[in-house]
Design a protein around this ligand. Structure first.
Ligand code: SF4
Length: 357
């Protein structure tokens, strides 16, 4: 799949834009000044595949905490700042890797210049984050409501401030909770700006609605080659945001090393209590397996073995037991109460076998 050409910016040891790698990011929901809780959450997110983490900087204590947090984590960090340029300066001094701030919203040009000079000195990029829900009054007056054109114009105004200060390490986001508006805004932005795009549907909702809106919005954009870093936004544990992002990127053909779970919807032919098994296996696979393997959990021995044969490993349920199928062959029968534990062991064994091939 061809990616839209953009400039590239460097965030710690990551590159955003300019290549095919779509960077997966999330945001902590801890108080940043609570270093212990924030580090704990970031380490959990790293474990499931988060590559870049954003934290909210509400006051100086938050900005100062960055230094201690960075000592204990392994991925680059973004400071999310609204309005107060002094928080940006402290975050930069504390070693932040990227800041999210809208230069048009931080007061005088001298404040912006101070932030831009500090970023230039340390090669720190700035993300301009336009939100359809908080467009400037003049833009809303001009367009009558949040529109793609209005969002891009808002971003343009912020970009111009940075470009006039000869600053070009810019990432842009144009989020809305309206998925169609989000798609249109990013499509227009991709034609308008040379800068990499952080894509996301904001305030997308809970795990169900948010996953669907993100899959539609971000999936459409990435299929069009648009988007250099992705944030799935869910009213839930940020670990789920990473899991959804990884599956989405895998299905787009943009990420390897992610397992696929194939499981049937069940029907009247079901022979065992399959749904808890599939629901336990999916997060376990995401957390423990970093290989492109396909695992099938099928409900019955009628259609199940056929489907499971196309997977690397799987089970097809029978009465009080399941058939273990590996590489297209039925290997053995497993009693129902041992299905989950035995399947996990077999999956890990398969991963090990592949490593030594
Ligand atoms: Fe029904 Fe069996 Fe197909 Fe599952 S695999 S949907 S239980 S026929």
């Amino acid at each position: 799949m061809l990616r839209n050409e953009t400039r590239s910016v460097h965030v710690g040891d990551l590159t955003i834009g300019g290549n095919d790698h779509v960077v997966i990011q999330s945001m902590c929901n801890t108080k940043t000044k609570n270093v212990e809780a924030t580090v704990k959450q970031i380490l959990e997110l790293e474990e499931v595949g988060c590559e870049l983490i954003r934290v909210a900087i509400f006051d100086q204590e938050d900005a100062l905490a960055i230094r201690e947090i960075k000592k204990q984590i392994h991925i680059p960090m973004v400071a999310d700042i609204h309005f107060d340029y002094r928080l940006a300066l402290t975050a930069i001094e504390s070693g932040i890797d990227k800041i999210r701030i809208n230069p048009g919203n931080i007061g005088s040009i001298e404040h912006t210049r101070a932030v831009v000079e500090a970023c230039k000195a340390r090669h720190i990029p700035i993300r301009i984050g336009v939100n359809g829900g908080s467009l400037e009054r003049e833009i809303l007056k001009k367009y009558g409501k949040p529109t793609a054109e209005g969002m891009v114009e808002s971003a343009m105004n912020h970009v111009k401030i940075l470009e006039d200060l000869d600053f070009h390490d810019i990432v842009i986001s144009l989020k809305s909770s309206n998925t169609l508006l989000t798609i249109k805004a990013y499509e227009l932005a991709a034609k308008t700006f040379p800068y990499p795009l952080h894509i996301g549907v904001t305030e997308a909702g809970t795990a169900l609605g948010g996953t669907i809106k993100s899959a539609f919005g971000l999936g459409t954009l990435m299929y069009e080659g648009i988007g250099n870093t992705i944030r799935v936004s869910l009213s839930d544990d940020p670990v789920k945001e990473i899991q959804v992002a990884k599956i989405l990127l895998k299905e787009e053909g943009l990420l390897g090393g992610v397992p696929t779970l194939v499981s049937c919807p069940t029907c009247g032919r079901i022979q065992y209590n399959m749904l808890p098994i599939a629901n336990e296996l999916e997060p376990w696979l995401q957390a423990n397996v970093h290989e492109d393997i396909t695992v099938a959990i099928m409900g019955c021995a009628v259609n199940g073995p056929g489907e499971a044969r196309n997977a690397d490993i799987g089970i097809a349920g029978g009465v009080g037991e399941g058939l273990l199928i590996k590489g297209g062959e039925i290997i053995r029968k497993i009693p129902e109460d041992q299905l989950v534990s035995e399947l996990k062991k077999e999956i890990l064994k398969l991963v090990e076998e592949r490593k030594h091939k």
